[in-house]
Design a protein around this ligand. Structure first.
Ligand code: GLN
Length: 547
């Protein structure tokens, strides 16, 4: 049966709780244990699928088609363990489940209450698959003291109480602010945060303290004394240049040792950190640099494209180069006459996924620039659709080509080369959709297989003829233009197994021009860069040598 680590946060949000959890997962793996990471989010949305990227950052999609929190992306990137639908839950989903049961009559007429009904539902969730791994790491979103979070804190208290002693531990992440005037790291906010935890019956075993510098012995002892933890269990979390330093940095600070000590695992298996040492060596000692322009919509908030930003870094790791990514607002390309001046400094252009019309004409112009100027172009999901519309307008001479997602909004007739997908196959069964469907959870979501054309560029990159990638889209390139596209030099080199849905386009007579309907960035890892990102950066390196 699994041991459970509950990770909570205090003082302020955004301290890197997800990263700390992911790094701890990686360190336990390095000691030979199997792990699974979970996120319990107190917000009331049923899932983040309908939340704006400005609100919540990227939506991370799992193989089994769940739209989840971006922290699951960190978990996967650090552990390589594919996240599942059952690794992420929100208060909204918990309440929905409880209310569904109430409607079904499962509670036999009882009054439904937070304790025990909501907390039972949370505990049932935490238990899913507990026999499969050595360690289950559960991160509670938000900070202690948030009203929404209370049922989760209460549930983990009960959970630990019900398990045999020593099977659950609590890790609490806080901030040690530095007061310049007195030159001191302040422990008081951490003391208060722990006091808050103890008031609801939770006592941390390990304190992870985010601080700008090392924690001096005096502060460490003070924290240990006032927060009732051992001095060795006060772990410093310092700012890092790269997030991938986190496993090694936390190991140096003793996080994994403190966790194993709290479980009284002795002697602790020795860690093998070679994988992380190699990743860090490649990040710290690059042999060159490339510049990539990401032309998108939610560019002010890097978290909106978190997995893309990371997958590009992984592409750099694969080629031993530093990747400098600049986020360019697509609308800029609609206003500017001379977009060449904006794009010429870059060795490659990436147009990521997105929703809605704003900025699409700018993305189409960026795709045209990349195609005609022979600059490597990577179109992901909407970015592929943009490339297809550009090709239809300029190569097939369908001047009014557009997508049903936005064209026609002004009442003007248009040719839908990208249409609203109303039916597709999933595991041998037809899935049907209509415009009247609810928005949440109704896209073509999760892992689908694609067949690659033998001899195509992508077949070479993947080294396979069948691939599985994660999807999140409602619109699709119309297969009926295939012959015309191929006659004009754009190949549909990947298709759904039934041959109806274009999954990949490529231009053989171009250094690197690939569009994919899926999201390869979701499966890339620093120690296993996604082949498309690795090859895209390779092409960018070649491009950088041309100019
Ligand atoms: N908006 C497009 C669609 O729904 C693209 C989606 C995406 O980029 N994830 O098909």
């Amino acid at each position: 049966m699994a041991r459970f680590v509950f990770i909570t946060g205090g003082v302020v949000s955004s301290l890197g709780k997800g990263l700390a959890s992911a790094a701890l997962g990686a360190l336990l793996q390095a000691r030979g244990y199997s792990v699974r990471l979970r996120k319990l989010d107190p917000y009331l949305n049923v899932d983040p699928g309908t939340m704006s990227p400005y609100e919540h950052g990227e939506v991370f999609v799992t193989d089994d088609g769940a739209e989840t929190d971006l922290d699951l992306g960190h978990y996967e990137r650090f552990t390589g363990v594919a996240a599942r639908r059952t690794d992420s839950i929100s208060s909204g989903r918990i309440y929905q489940n409880v209310l569904d049961r109430e409607r079904r009559g499962d509670y036999l007429g009882k009054t439904i209450q937070v304790i025990p009904h909501v907390t039972d539902e949370i505990k049932d969730f935490i238990r899913i698959g507990e026999d499969e791994v050595d360690f289950m790491l559960c991160e509670i979103g938000g900070t202690v003291g948030d009203i929404e979070g209370l049922p989760f804190f209460e549930a983990i208290r009960q959970f630990a109480q019900e398990k045999p002693r020593g099977q659950c531990i609590f890790v609490h992440l806080t901030l040690l602010p530095f007061i310049a005037a007195s030159g001191e790291l302040k422990t008081k906010p951490t003391q208060h945060s722990v006091k808050e935890l103890r008031a609801i019956g939770l006592a941390p075993d390990v304190l992870v303290c985010r601080a700008e510098g090392p924690i001096p012995a005096r502060e460490r002892e003070k924290l240990a004394l006032f927060c009732n933890v051992r001095p060795e269990a006060v772990v410093a979390a310092q700012d890092l240049k790269s997030i991938y330093e986190a496993p090694l940095a936390y190991h140096r600070e003793g996080l994994d040792q403190a966790v194993l000590d709290a479980f009284m695992i002795s002697p602790a298996p020795r860690p093998n950190l070679a994988r992380w040492e190699d990743v860090i060596d490649r990040i710290h000692n690059p042999e060159g640099e490339v510049r990539v322009a990401i032309v998108g919509k939610y560019t002010q908030l890097e978290d909106a494209y978190k997995s893309i930003a990371e997958a590009l870094v992984h592409g750099g790791i694969a080629n031993r180069v530093r990747v400098r990514s600049d986020w360019l607002e697509a609308e800029l390309f609609e206003r500017e006459e001379d977009i060449a001046a904006l794009l010429e400094p870059y060795d490659a252009i990436l147009v990521p996924g997105g929703f809605g019309e704003r900025g699409t004409e700018g993305k189409i112009r960026a795709a045209e620039f990349a195609r005609t100027r022979k600059v490597p172009y990577f179109g992901i999901c909407l970015g592929m659709q943009m490339a297809v519309i550009e090709g239809a307008r300029n190569l097939l001479d369908l001047r009014d080509a557009g997508s049903e997602e936005f064209a026609g909004g002004d009442g003007q007739p248009f040719t839908p080369v990208v249409y609203y997908l109303k039916e597709w196959m999933k595991a041998g069964l037809a899935v049907r959709r209509s415009a009247e469907d609810a928005k949440g959870g109704t896209m073509r979501l999760g892992a689908y297989t694609a067949r690659l054309v033998e001899g195509s560029q992508v077949a070479g990159i993947y080294g396979a003829l069948e691939i599985s990638e994660r999807h999140r889209h409602r619109y699709e390139v119309d297969i009926k233009y295939r012959d015309r596209f191929e006659a004009s030099g754009v190949c549909l080199s990947g298709l759904s197994p039934d041959g109806r849905l274009p999954e990949i386009i490529e231009i053989p007579d171009h250094p690197w021009y690939i569009g994919v309907q899926f999201h390869p960035e979701l499966k890339s890892k620093p120690f296993e860069p996604h082949p498309l990102f690795a090859d895209f950066i390779r092409a960018a390196v070649e491009q950088s040598r041309l100019v």
